[in-house]
Write a protein that binds this ligand. Structure first.
Ligand code: HEM
Length: 495
């Protein structure tokens, strides 16, 4: 049948008509999806929720929003959708079970304008990420990490000796010792003093990174013009870029240069990865160097943060400290020091470790994930490209699961390793992006806890008048959280 003949004017206009219909349909679909976004605070035109994003401790504000909006929240930043997940169950259903969709990283402003964006932790979910991830994963297996057990045990013992000599040095000693372990394991480099630039520069770099990447207003800065009065972000970022390159390039080049001569101590991750590589051209060196850059960040800061959380909680809870000491006395005895291999026989020390991670997860909002395609969850539309912020801090303070969640109480696990795992697993992240250094981090932390409990009493600091100064429990804000430097416990006495 000849339709042109029957509807001559419709056929002439049809491309236009179909175009208009398609546009209207797409617009209606867009509105429908937008209306199905998860609930969240009311948005302003253009700004979205930019004016409501807190600059300090955003995890507490996001947790409070759960009371009004639930555990899956949508906020908008100048049109950029952000999904906040406040419950372990939703995080597990989306980030773990639908990991193929939720393993991308968003463009984080500080990574976007510095070389950090080429490093494993900040790469998109692409081939470069797969390559760097494989490089680290094959080294951080059980047997790979076993190679560093003696290093961890020895260095945390040195830490105890040094603090006994100089009781006010817990803060600086801990950061230094975590640095000694990291530089030795990653690059075969021995740090001899805390002022060594090979360690001091990365520590400064990571501090700056943590400050400049706090999810909150720092996201909004990306959208402001560089000349906006009072915005120092771009200047600070340029400074950070120099620090980052110096922190990760210097040890990498040192290791490359000193491997053949035997000056670089073996085993170390850098040499191991180079040895396994079939084509060691500059492109390959670039990938190894960027993989190690992310490992250095994780190894340096997250461990030191947890170690300091452990110290203040031992001061605040002497009964827990005594129980941990008693377990070590009973199981290990006093003729030797505890080792990492004693872990299976020390359930209470394991519970102290889990509780240390629960009470203050070092990276409370995780590293943001992003969706690489549209998704629907419980009827809610979650758009491709949205940032996903798992609020680990809030998940581990759910009073239905952890009664009196603000109290440090290792007895809450009743020695049940599954319950401890429910805590430890989110602290190290989710799905395919989960922390590849988890075993290294946990073993190192265990060595510190067990060695300290076996040899010391951790006491509050003493002021000039001889009064005890209990730790305030204050923490820095930022991507990686730290016990506030000004805390009284810094003059703690161990002996
Ligand atoms: C107490 C110690 C540690 C904690 C709490 C911790 C926590 C985390 C968290 C929360 C993430 C983000 C995971 C996600 O996005 O879902 C992460 C990523 C990462 N961590 Fe750790 N970490 C620790 C120690 C380490 C160590 C010792 C290393 C290396 C030796 C390391 C290397 C990395 C790397 C390379 C990533 C990026 C993974 C990726 O994007 O694919 N971390 N870590």
């Amino acid at each position: 049948m000849d339709f042109d003949h029957l509807f001559p004017h419709l056929t002439a206009a049809s491309p236009w008509l179909f175009g208009v219909v398609a546009l209207v349909a797409a617009f209606l679909l867009f509105i429908q999806k937008r209306n199905n976004l998860p609930p969240g605070p009311k948005r302003l035109p253009l700004l979205g929720n930019a004016h409501q994003l807190p600059t300090k401790t955003p995890w507490t504000t996001f947790g409070q929003w759960a009371k009004t909006y639930g555990n899956l929240i949508h906020v908008d930043l100048f049109g950029q959708p952000i999904i906040i997940i406040n419950s372990r169950k939703i995080a597990s259903e989306l980030l773990d079970k639908r990991s193929a969709v939720y393993s991308d990283r968003p463009v984080i402003p500080i990574a976007e304008i510095t070389e950090l964006g080429n490093s494993l932790a900040f790469l998109h979910y692409n081939n470069a990420w797969r390559k760097q991830r494989k490089m680290l994963a094959q080294e951080l297996t059980v047997s790979g990490v076993d190679q560093f057990q003696t290093l961890m045990e020895r260095e945390w013992r040195v830490q105890v000796k040094n603090i006994l000599k100089n009781p006010g040095s817990i803060f600086s000693e801990t950061k230094w010792r975590a640095g000694v372990i990291s530089m030795r394991a990653l690059y075969g480099y021995c740090v001899h003093n805390p002022k060594d630039p090979m360690l001091a520069v990365p520590l400064e770099g990571i501090r700056e990174f943590s400050r400049l990447s706090t999810p909150g207003m720092s996201l909004a800065l990306r959208y402001l013009p560089r000349w906006t009065p009072g915005v120092t972000f771009f200047k600070d970022a340029a400074n950070y870029h120099r620090l980052h390159v110096a922190s990760v390039k210097t040890p990498y080049d040192w290791c490359r240069k000193n491997t053949k001569s035997g000056t670089a101590l073996m085993p170390n991750l850098c040499c191991n990865i180079m040895e396994k590589s079939s084509t060691l051209d500059e492109a390959e060196h670039n990938q190894i160097y960027n993989a190690l850059a992310s490992a250095l960040g994780g190894a340096l800061e997250s461990n030191a943060s947890s170690a300091l959380t452990f110290y203040i909680n031992m001061i605040l809870h002497p009964n827990v400290q005594r129980k941990g000491q008693a377990e070590i006395d009973a199981v290990v005895g006093s003729s030797r020091l505890p080792n990492i291999s004693d872990q299976p026989n020390l359930p209470y020390v394991r519970a102290i470790l889990a509780e240390t991670l629960r009470i203050m997860p070092p990276i409370p909002l995780c590293i943001p994930h992003a969706l690489n395609e549209d998704d629907i969850y419980e009827g809610y539309f979650l758009p491709k490209g949205a940032w996903v912020l798992p609020n680990i801090w809030h998940m581990l303070r759910d009073p239905d699961i952890y009664p009196d969640p603000a109290i440090f109480n290792p007895d809450r696990y009743n020695g049940d390793d599954d319950a401890m795992e429910q805590v430890k697993s989110p602290v190290f992240g989710f799905g395919r992006r989960g922390c590849p250094g988890r075993l290294f981090g946990e073993n190192s932390l265990f060595a510190l806890l067990a060695t300290t409990l076996a040899t010391c009493e951790i006491l509050p600091g003493i002021d000039e008048d001889g009064n005890e100064v209990p730790p305030s429990g204050e923490y820095t804000t930022g991507t990686i959280r730290y016990v506030d430097r000004g805390d009284g416990f810094l003059s703690s006495q161990m002996g």
